[in-house]
Design a protein around this ligand. Sequence first.
Ligand code: CP3
Length: 380
Amino acid sequence: MRARARLAGTVAEVSDALPAAPPSPAPVLLDACRGRPTSTVPVWFMRQAGRSLPEYRELRARYGFSEIVRQPELAAEVTLQPVRRLGVDAAILFSDIVTPLEAVLSGIAISPDRGPVVDQPFRSAADLDRLRPLEPATDLPYVAETIRLVRRELPAGVALIGFAGAPFTLASYLVEGGKSNDYRRTKALMYGEPALWARLVERLADITLAALDAQVAAGAQAVQLFDSWAGALSEADYRRYAQPASARVLHGLAGHGVPRIHFAVGAGHLLEAVGEAGADVVGVDWRTPLDAARRRLGALAVQGNLDPTALFAPPEALDAKVREVLAANGGRPGHVFNLGWGVLPDTDPEALRRVVELVHAEGAGAGAGRSSAGPAAGPG
Ligand code: CP3
């Protein structure tokens, strides 16, 4: 099987041996993450699996969310659904940011509407003892198995992205007990007990790093660190209380050579700081145009940033918004097309498919940076 033969050579092996003309092209997404010129602009969507897809809802009517995550055949099926239906350039592991925490801590549940809910929120030093180190081989065997199953099925040109939650965002769930509007308890702990806070996010960083290490070892070809709620922090607070723990995760992954994507919502004011934590690619939400983001991020690649609500507009209006995003990037290499945040639950999958087609067509027309002198092109 061609797909399987191609998967045999890792990107690192291929590029070490033959830097000029790799015989087995890497998925276009990986080239874009590395800032290399590509034949077209790769596209995938945060939260592309799940509630917007009827085939997911059908499965979900029969199984709980965590049940799906813990049964590799089901999790692999849900991971692959958007690849089949939408023609995206990447699959993202079906799991949740609190999945590693659920494995080491009791009393966490994922509510379909509210998200993670923690029975006994973290408030004191004693709570730290409840957070033991993660041992992925025994704590999360189903995640590695899901990744192996997905890689076996995935076409060679489509990359599998692993992911985890960043320490600040995970800590906010543990301290608040769930989603918060103002993060008052999280910030109170951060400001009031900085030493305890530092130990908490360091421990979470080690859990996150262990989870991501295991995902890469099992076959994830890129990883995304979601720091969804970091936008609630000022830049000074982000640099002091959140960035060091995220840097610990991202630097810890450096040896693997897989692209590291780092994303936060409503974090235009943090863009440089998010990039400096050690990412190869910075996810940009829709509030910051990509041309401005690129000026501020220098050599880093960017991911984004169509407003997820644009998918609810009439087709021609949606097309115009897609073209706006492509134009803001201006055909430069190092652009992964995505939404500026996750797919909203009621999104019409047909609109998502339309975006993929348009990005592939227009991205090829724009050259995706083919005119730029970069390292040897991958797929060409
Ligand atoms: O397609 C994919 O992107 C892969 C799966 C994925 C899920 N969660 C599945 C899920 C990913 C990447 C996540 C990440 C995640 N989870 C984040 C970061 C991304 C973001 O949106 O900022 C956050 C903050 C969470 C926490 C979380 N989990 C929330 C807030 C919710 C509830 C509402 C919602 O947004 O879906 C969940 C539950 C969850 N995670 C569902 C899914 C498909 C819905 C649960 C269900 O089907 O019952």
